[in-house]
Design a binder for this molecule. Structure first.
Ligand SMILES: [Fe+2]
Length: 328
């Protein structure tokens, strides 16, 4: 690590100013990134700390105090490590003013599917609490500035057919766009629980043994039944965890139901579908199309042809957002 001459303009492009909260969240005696001190009078960055070296208590305090003055920087070359760290403490994206929107999107795409996977693999209360915490950070993040949803929509995962957690993430972002567009119709609690449902609804599908999930034909009647019932299985597991909020469970139960009665497992139609279920069904349907290789912009043409199946308010709203994001 040596002194780096830098002008103020390129400083923020090549380095992050690191907030004391992030430093405090690092392991106590070893930080995972190189740190630099910005000396304004000589326009240069001096090495302050070499990553993974042992820190004394006073050194650590000194670094944190300097960060409070706004003069501690981390190189954007350390972005992968930095992102990974923030993805473990996602609420940091709400306080860190130095991350660019693209960097935040990367962090969210790392953190949310990881938490979904942990919960799908082990549907226990601590994993649920972790997922819930991160999804609520995401909700807060997009509500602070609705423009952020467009960034997330533009950066959905492609090729999700093999990956149920990325598929759930895509559906979650699409569902969130529909939900927030209709948010005046919901109470705050409903918004929260529908959002949580949107980011967890394929739990039941994930719990089906992989060899059955991936079998394309020759399913035994028993295996077929398992696939068919996965929305119910999903809701049952949630209930066992004592998660019983209706909008959330309806998201799980109804994500394959369609308004014209052509869905499953209960073949609900019209008024029998809940609002949460309609949003989740549209979100899942759209994410499935993306998994088949359809581009988000093409949804604008494809969705209207399925209008009998879909809730008109929800899907008109979605079309407006997609047009706003991809066409205008
Ligand atoms: Fe499903």
């Amino acid at each position: 690590m040596k002194n780096i001459k830098i002008d103020a303009a390129s400083l923020n492009q090549e380095f992050y100013q690191i907030s004391p909260r992030i430093l405090e969240s690092f392991p106590k005696f070893r930080m995972p990134v190189n740190l630099y001190l910005f000396k304004e009078n000589i326009a240069s960055l001096q090495p302050l700390y070499k990553k993974e070296t042992r820190l004394q208590e006073e050194e650590r305090e000194n670094i944190i105090n300097l960060a409070k003055e706004g003069v501690v920087f981390v190189s954007r070359d350390d972005h992968p490590i930095y992102s990974k760290h923030i993805s473990k403490q996602l609420d940091l994206i709400l306080v860190d003013k130095n991350l660019t929107p693209t960097e935040i999107i990367d962090i969210l795409k790392l953190a949310i599917p990881e938490k979904i996977l942990e919960f799908y693999e082990q549907p226990v209360k601590p994993a649920w609490e972790q997922l819930k915490e991160d999804v609520l950070v995401l909700l807060e993040y997009v509500r602070q500035d609705p423009y952020r949803l467009k960034g997330l929509l533009k950066n959905l995962f492609t090729q999700t057919s093999e990956d149920l957690t990325k598929h759930t993430y895509n559906a979650g972002i699409i569902g969130l766009s529909i939900l927030l567009n209709m948010s005046r119709e919901f109470k705050e609690k409903e918004i929260i629980f529908i959002t949580l449902g949107l980011f967890s609804y394929e739990l039941g599908f994930y719990r089906i043994p992989k060899f059955i999930r991936e079998k394309k034909s020759n399913l035994t009647p028993e295996e077929q039944q398992k696939l068919f019932n996965h929305p119910t299985t999903s809701a049952n597991i949630m209930r066992k965890l004592d998660i019983r909020e209706e909008p959330l469970l309806n998201c799980h139960l109804e994500h394959h139901e369609f308004l014209d009665g052509s869905g499953y497992p209960r073949k609900l139609s019209g008024q029998e579908l809940s609002t949460a279920g309609r949003i989740c069904s549209l979100a899942n349907f759209s994410a499935e199309l993306l998994a088949q290789g359809i581009q988000p912009i093409q949804l604008i043409e494809v969705l209207p042809s399925q209008s009998k199946k879909l809730d008109s308010k929800a899907y008109t709203g979605l079309l407006n957002i997609l047009t706003d994001t991809f066409v205008k």
